[in-house]
Write a protein that binds this ligand. Structure first.
Ligand code: ADP
Length: 302
């Protein structure tokens, strides 16, 4: 099974009529509320891909919190280890979506940063093969979770997103790191984003122990992994239409975690995660856009 420790946010998505810049005011005709947060999105992606999934994290004792917990439960995700905190607000995100599908997101973490490792450890059980976290949680809490004996017995995956310098101290505690191109450039202090597999070899600098893997998502190009003396590139699946890229990275991470849970090798896991993410960009929303396993199999011919 997969145990996700991460954020749960109420997303408010605003569709902009045109590309906007700083200092401009835009009238928005279309808005939508949805459940989100990198943690929740990735838990939904893993569950829809067929892995038994538990989610740890925290929401406020408010209406948004109730909505978030119910949405996860409706996906079959085990919510028993979530904390519901009195006197805290649930996390919120505001998402601006441009006509081409590109997005900008501002996140107010609120209760998410109060989620502790103690409760999260309870979500790691005998059948847990993968523990997955992102950087919308407290870094000390992730460190304590990853350093716990129950997490160390599983494959610990960190999606180092959003890029936060203090997140780098978790790298040594993980078995797998996942970055997008801009995060990769930020952590490695590169002056531009990597565009080829050759440039991703720099990711080896982040490996501190044998068996660790660095995965980089490359947008419409696909994804790649480097480890030990090996590297693989997995080309993207062509998206039928690019409607909304929010959640593509989360889809990729959740499905990759599910593939590892289900015993697949790195190359096959990247291929299926690419396929799932290409389906997610063709649909609006984040958690809502995650494909089912059957839909991914229909695309890959598995
Ligand atoms: P993020 O959304 O975190 O910035 P990426 O843009 O790298 O991450 O996208 C994550 C994954 O989603 C990619 O590795 C790829 O598999 C898939 N993807 C993203 N954009 C497209 C696209 N235009 N066409 C097909 N697949 C895509």
């Amino acid at each position: 099974s997969v145990s996700v420790f991460g954020s749960l946010n109420l997303d408010v998505a605003l569709r902009l009529p045109s590309r906007a810049g700083w200092g401009q005011t835009v009238l928005v005709a279309q808005s939508a509320r949805a459940v989100g947060g990198k943690g929740l999105n990735q838990a939904v992606a893993a569950a829809r891909f067929g892995s038994a999934t538990r989610m740890a994290g925290a929401v406020g004792a408010d209406a948004a919190g109730t909505l978030l917990v119910e949405a996860l439960a409706a996906e079959g995700v085990d919510t028993a280890h979530l904390e519901i905190l009195e006197g805290q607000d649930s996390g919120r995100a505001t998402i601006l979506i441009e006509p081409g599908g590109d997005n900008m997101i501002a996140v107010e973490p609120a209760a998410n940063l109060a989620a502790g490792a103690q409760r999260a450890r309870g979500a790691i059980q005998a059948d847990t093969r993968v523990v997955l976290a992102q950087l919308e949680s407290d870094v000390d809490a992730i460190a304590a979770l990853f350093a716990s004996p129950e997490a160390a017995a599983a494959c610990r995956i960190l999606n180092a997103a959003p890029a936060r310098p203090e997140g780098a101290r978790l790298f040594d505690l993980c078995d797998m790191l996942i970055f997008n191109q801009s995060e990769f450039a930020a952590y490695l202090q590169l002056d531009r984003e990597p565009a080829s597999l050759d440039e991703l070899i720099a990711g080896r600098r982040l490996l501190t122990r044998p068996g660790q893997v660095v995965v980089v998502t490359l947008g419409a190009l696909g994804s790649a992994a480097v480890w030990a003396d090996r590297e693989v590139f997995a080309p993207a699946f062509a998206a039928a239409a690019v409607v909304d890229t929010s959640g593509a990275g989360d889809c990729f991470c959740g499905v990759l975690a599910a593939c590892i849970d289900q015993g697949m090798g790195i190359a096959e896991a990247l291929r299926l995660a690419n396929a799932a993410a290409s389906l997610s960009v063709g649909r609006s929303g984040a958690a809502r856009s995650m494909p089912s396993r059957a839909q991914v199999e229909a695309l890959t011919g598995a």
